[in-house]
Write a protein that binds this ligand. Sequence first.
Ligand code: ZN
Length: 142
Amino acid sequence: MPLEALYQNLILDHYKHPRNCGKLDGEAVRMRHENPSCGDHLELYLKLNEFGKIQIAFEGWGCALSLASASMMTMAVKEQSRTRALEIMNTFRALFLPPHAQVESLGDLNAFAGVSEFPARIACALLPWNALAEILNRSECL
Ligand code: ZN
């Protein structure tokens, strides 16, 4: 199977069967982000456990890219430290900047590298990450 088709299947799979979908139990920071140009809505729930590891879930509706990105993002940062999550986020964002090189450590998230050919859709792929950034960069949230 060509890599592109594999990546498309991965995105469709996460769109149809989103992981970590729902709310978090107990007190969690809730962040709502929208992408009006596409009609994507996302609610991200995040808290740190007693070991400082991320617990995360989301609810959303919108296009396959935004929902698959949210699903894969939660898988990538769940149980990670805040510092590590920010590292992953910066590596992911770099996919959309020249030279658009895939990064081995991103694993499945490399599926979004092809989106850089469709600049209008980059906002879809980044929607959940922008919500994550807003929570992690505002220490008073956590
Ligand atoms: Zn979208």
